[in-house]
Design a protein around this ligand. Sequence first.
Ligand SMILES: [Zn+2]
Length: 496
Amino acid sequence: MRSFALLSTVAMLAFLPLTVEAQSADKVPPTVDAKTNIYFYQGEQALSEALKRTPNTGRARNIILFIGDGMGINSVTAGRIFAGQQRGLDGASYDLSFDKLPYTGFSKTYSTDKLVTDSANGISAITTGIKTINGAIGVDGTVVGKKCRGSLKARVQSVAELAKLKGLSAGVVTTAGITDATPAGAYGHTPYRNWRADSDLTAEAVENGCIDLARQLVEAPAAIRMDVALGGDLTKFLPDTDPRKGTRVDGRDLTKEWQGQSPSAQFVSSAADLKAVDATKTDHLLGLFADGDLPSPVDTAQHYDVPGLDDMTAKAIDVLAKNPKGYFLLVESASIDKWHHQNNAYRAMTDVDELSKAVQVAMQKTNAADTLIIVTADHSHGLVFSAGSTREEPIMGLARNHGKDELDGNGHGRTTLSYATGPGGPKDGVARPTPTEDEAVSPDYTQSAQTYVDSAQHAGEDVPIYASGPQAHLLTGTVESSYIYQVMAYALGVQP
Ligand SMILES: [Zn+2]
């Protein structure tokens, strides 16, 4: 007993210091040298850039508002990965041009009547500061859908028109038809977005004095008329007697009327003609490059002579920037939405890349000190991005896990990108066969959807806002879509 006690005392004395030492070593285990880690290094660089950042509280001479139609966060992330992989780079760590903009926020996109907005209210809220009903543009929420009566009194002014009234120039560029909802957000006022040519108007609309959007664009009073309009929809500007598939029943050729308004007005209808436009001699430029929407860049190389979104953006800036007072320009990458509606992720993601290129051109052609650049969306789409694939595996391909195709509970494979709703859904409840990898990565593949409908529905979650330049710091936090107008009007100094 005694010897045991002695032994344990000796043992305690012997082990005590050692135990303390072991405990302190336990507290701070050895680590790798973080400074040699790429993410740590990049984080340090990003922090040092962020610490240098000071808000630009000056007046904006120019504003360029980019809309990625239907570009929710999933479209940005998947678009970024796709763009990187198309260049043979690591997609996940690739940056789209607007990923680099210093200020970001979120926009709540709902309309006065719906949880999920369409593009009409979506853009109208952003350009006028006033939300309205789905389907309406440039009018407040008192209008009744598809009814002209009362809508003329519901008219609200867009930031583009306010800029014009203060002596600035204004323009609109899109890959959709120029009378589609988003571009019409710059110049249009209508209770119903589909009154695009006069042949679209109802008898009630004509009786109560509503006019079509093509006419609104061309015959707006000079004080608020757009100086540049580039996109598609040629057919809506030509009489139905015109062999270029004109649809107007009033016999008017609005392209000629545009040209007749000023000696420095021009109309062009091909990429080559747009390139040849001398911006120093052109003050009013109308370009209509397709019957309706512009084709995807995936297809243009083979069949069409249409300019890219970056080409149109560059020319618009060249024409507008001549005004020493500045300009407002709305640029829409419309086809993100158009192809999402078809569940064609390849072309939709291609158009996220097109938007990125157009923003890049705008950044190069303007001065960040005097130009507010905003990149946002009017609403999201039900794109789903979920798989166990590695970073090397193509985002357009089959979902993979540890080198094998990921199978669902029924033993079917699936693609990494899919949709909540759309034409890729199970028709008559019959699941589609699993595509091969070659089929999945093809530009023409229609991704699968959970629910079958002819055209995918928009999604209602908040969309991102990216901004740089004067007052860009005001576009942070979670804001109403209509708040973006307030920042633009304030930055330009054109509030009513
Ligand atoms: Zn849409």
